[in-house]
Design a protein around this ligand. Structure first.
Ligand SMILES: C[S@@+](CC[C@H](N)C(=O)[O-])C[C@H]1O[C@@H](n2cnc3c(N)ncnc32)[C@H](O)[C@@H]1O
Length: 272
């Protein structure tokens, strides 16, 4: 097994937990009677990678729901494409918009490779910050910026020692819930945000569904102050007796259009 320890995911991944690495390593050492770590929302696999490097004796299962491993497998082609694009950017200041003639050359290079490519890494090298193309057409139709990294991406050994699965977190949980020596890692998608680079739009009910798994298990759970989930759980504990105050109400809805892309629904609830 390769001993290299990555301190961030080797290919771009939005939402990776790199800032938590030292806290994560520290808390991992507190679990002395576990034999398995199950990373239910594996994302880039960074937590699984760190878990295996920190506790090599444990079985570590990485749920690669987004098929990040396919992107890792394409790294040679991604590096080749970027090495052909890099010289075209020489005269441009970093992060500047690419003039049309150079953009045209970049598109020709991209078109010379059969899809699929690693559109997320290519987006992070060519598109405005925070923009992610999911398809070839999406990538080549955008304005481009000179953001190509100066060195190749290196991914060697990153997944060494991990057991990789691709499944819904509920199915994976079921497979391991009866092993009391399992530590579950739960880093679900952000609540109600457009996660851009991965296909997700998590509503409050999706988020609450995950909480059911926490009861009676050992876990490390990640959330953010944006979700306000901890406040919600504290409130529910204080006010458990109110049940559902909206039970039996009449519901009326009105659609609102913010702009040509986004709409939202206003809801009126009536209790007689
Ligand atoms: C916040 S990210 C996890 C980031 C990860 N901890 C890391 O460090 O890279 C949440 C991940 O959950 C995945 N996901 C969404 N729905 C899922 C589901 N039903 N089952 C398993 N994973 C899911 C998303 O695609 C995304 O990769």
């Amino acid at each position: 097994m390769c001993n290299k320890v990555y301190t961030s995911a080797p290919l771009p991944f939005q939402g990776q937990k790199r800032r938590f690495i030292s806290d994560f390593k520290e808390v991992l050492t507190q679990f002395d009677d576990i034999d398995t770590v199950v990373d239910l929302f594996g994302g880039s696999g960074l937590l699984s990678h760190i878990a295996k490097r920190t506790r090599p004796e444990l079985r570590v299962i990485y749920n690669d729901y987004d098929y990040y491993c396919d992107r890792l497998g394409m790294v040679d082609i991604t590096n080749e494409i970027l090495s052909r694009i890099r010289p075209l950017m020489k005269s441009l200041a970093p992060d500047k918009r690419i003039p049309e003639d150079i953009r045209h050359k970049v598109v020709n290079i991209l078109n010379s490779y059969p899809p699929p490519l690693d559109y997320i890494t290519l987006s992070s090298s060519l598109l405005f910050s925070g923009k992610w193309a999911k398809t070839h057409d999406e990538l080549i139709s955008q304005s481009m910026y000179s953001k190509v990294k100066q060195t190749d991406y290196e991914v060697g050994g990153y997944l060494d020692g991990l057991e990789i699965v691709h499944m819904d977190y509920r199915d994976l949980f079921k497979l391991h819930k009866d092993n009391k020596r399992t530590l579950f890692l739960l880093d679900p998608p952000y609540l109600s945000t457009d996660c851009g680079s991965y296909e997700n739009y998590w509503k409050l009910s999706d988020y609450l569904e995950v909480l059911k798994l926490l009861v009676g298990t050992r876990y490390i759970y990640f959330t953010s102050n944006k979700s306000q989930l901890i406040e919600l759980c504290e409130w529910i504990k204080e006010n458990a007796s109110i049940g559902n105050p909206f039970e039996g109400v009449e519901i009326r809805k009105q659609q609102n259009k913010l702009n040509y892309q986004s709409t939202f629904t206003d809801i009126m609830l009536v209790k007689e």
